[in-house]
Design a protein. Structure first.
Length: 545
């Protein structure tokens, strides 16, 4: 049994969770003030997005100092108090380590620009090739992945924004610096670590143009990535802690290696293939309706293959880089309550460790922004210009952003029905969702059948039912538009059936209708157990002979 198989992680986007000092920006003391809410919800870990010193070009994922706190979020004393107060409530902190790159304002990069050879080797500087970029690779935020520095006559690699320079993990000094960061926070009492795009840290030995893509095939799951992770984990003593790696464009086979306990690398992995089922031709910025058959098949592949090879999944639909799942795969209007619960059941019933992203537990919808001035995300602003340059009208570009922007997941937490939603006492850094009426924590605390109450049950059941935390999983052949699977453990069988459509769908197998009704996304039990109502999620438990 894995120590974290009964655990649930709650992700906090610090900037948007709770504002204690009335400046419109969430902060560490704000989180402390909400710890009782999180303890009542039942979560075991809090994953905090980066709150370290940063110019905030990518909202903290451009770190300028891994050991100092950005003043807009609080002080080191605030962080130490958060760790201690959370621990009193049985909650551990998971910090977000951005180790693929640093901000170009980091001291290391400043010294590199000043001409210090030692620090130039902390990053990936290359000479021009035929007077231009060393390769034709593209940044994940749009444009070239290379930035020229005239004073040095060299380019540096940035797989993300040009203010996020990639670190050179081949340099043992860099690896030691990053180990010291882990040791520093571990000594402070941090209980786990999330590693940002960690499968990109090992770059290729040969640098060449990509004639068929954007370059990612050359640096994803690179030649020394497993070696580097093993070294990092062993030398910092975090092998038995809760660790998760964000894996960009990876494979099942790689994630098995990253997470199999015998490898001594990471406890679990985030993969994102299931969040691309509404990308037309694999392009995030081209819209299409979700392909639910593909979603089902991807879940089945990752769940069953990771199980068979002793890997472990991080289970999620939402995070700070994704649009809200209830708007994307459910119905955030007519069937908001039912589809919010159904999506929660679909994820929490699977094999792995579930992650809840702030506001998911109350069914927070997409932002609904209608002008470019409402957006703050660097990726969204960049791609708005790219879309316009590629011939999209303003209305078309805004329609795409409304569906795809990362700001959809970054709107401030809806605590109350007040003007500023109990998040702050002034206008926040990013606007609230336009469709927010009746969605707040305050409102749902008073409702026995709320999405919030349903999530509380999901978290508790994972602790109580071994079939949820330990059981094997197998996906069922259910009708199009539905996803079903079974979990089995020591004579108990759990069957989960979910309808992702706005119409009722018949579930033919009598076998799947038997047993105790454990959970249903509808308040009233079904009158006809052979039918799944629109956006219904249903779980039954059977005790086998």
């Amino acid at each position: 049994m894995r120590s974290y198989s009964k655990s649930c992680v709650y992700q906090i986007y610090v900037k948007s969770f709770a504002d204690s000092n009335k400046d419109g920006i969430g902060d560490i003391p704000g989180i402390i003030g909400k710890l009782d809410y999180l303890a009542d919800l039942g979560v075991d870990y809090l994953w905090l997005t980066p709150f370290f010193t940063s110019p905030m070009n990518d909202n903290g994922y451009d770190v300028a100092d891994y050991r100092r706190i950005n003043p807009c979020f609080g002080t080191m004393e605030d962080v130490e108090r958060l760790i201690a107060e959370a621990k009193k409530r049985g909650i551990l902190l998971m910090f977000d380590m951005v180790f693929n790159h640093t901000s170009t304002e980091h001291e290391w990069f400043r010294r590199a620009l000043a001409g210090e050879k030692e620090y130039q080797d902390y990053y990936i500087f290359k000479d021009p090739v035929d007077g231009k970029e060393p390769t034709n690779w593209q940044s994940k935020f749009g444009g070239s992945a290379w930035e020229f520095v005239p004073s040095l006559g060299k380019y540096y690699l940035h797989l993300f924004d040009r203010t996020q320079a990639d670190l050179n993990w081949e340099n043992p000094k860099v690896r030691e610096e990053l180990k010291q960061v882990i040791r520093f926070w571990k000594d402070k009492g941090v209980g786990g670590f999330r590693f940002d795009v960690v499968n990109l840290i090992s770059k290729p030995a040969v640098w060449e143009d990509d004639t068929i893509g954007d370059g990612r095939r050359f640096y994803t799951d690179g030649p020394h990535v497993h070696e580097y992770l093993k070294e990092l984990v062993a030398d910092t003593g975090i092998a038995d802690m809760m660790t998760v790696g964000e894996m960009s464009s990876t494979s099942v086979e790689q994630c098995i290696r990253y997470t199999r306990p015998s490898e001594r690398e990471l406890a679990m992995a985030f993969s994102f293939h299931h969040l691309k089922v509404d990308y037309k031709d694999g392009d995030k910025w081209s819209l299409m309706e979700p392909d639910f058959k593909q979603l089902r098949d991807l879940f089945a592949t990752w769940q069953e293959q990771m199980q068979d090879a002793d890997g472990w999944n991080a289970l999620f639909f939402n995070n700070h880089d994704q649009p809200r799942a209830i708007s994307r795969f459910g119905d955030d209007d007519t069937y908001r309550r039912e589809s919010g619960k159904m999506l929660g059941l679909l994820i929490h019933g699977m094999r792995g460790t579930p992650y809840i992203y702030q506001g998911e537990e109350i069914g927070t919808p997409n932002a609904g922004f209608t002008t470019i001035d409402e957006y703050r995300d660097v990726e969204s602003l960049n791609y708005y210009e790219i879309l316009r340059a590629n011939g999209k009208s303003e209305a078309e570009a805004l329609e795409i952003l409304a569906e795809r922007s990362r700001d959809n997941g970054r709107t401030p937490m809806l605590w109350t029905e007040e003007e500023y939603a109990g998040f702050s006492e002034r206008e926040p850094w990013l606007a609230f969702p336009r469709n927010r009426k009746g969605i707040s924590v305050e409102e749902q605390m008073q409702q026995e059948d709320s999405i919030l109450a349903f999530y509380r049950k999901l978290i508790q059941l994972r602790k109580e039912l071994a079939v949820l935390s330990e059981g094997d999983i197998r996906f069922l052949d259910t009708p199009e538009g539905t996803i079903g699977y079974e979990r089995r453990f020591e004579g108990q069988r759990l069957i989960v059936l979910c309808n992702l459509c706005d119409r009722a769908i018949a579930i033919p197998s009598e076998e799947w209708q038997q047993g105790e009704l454990l959970l249903d996304s509808y308040e009233q039990p079904p009158t006809d157990v052979t039918m799944l109502r629109p956006y219904e999620g249903r779980a039954r438990v059977q005790n086998e002979k």
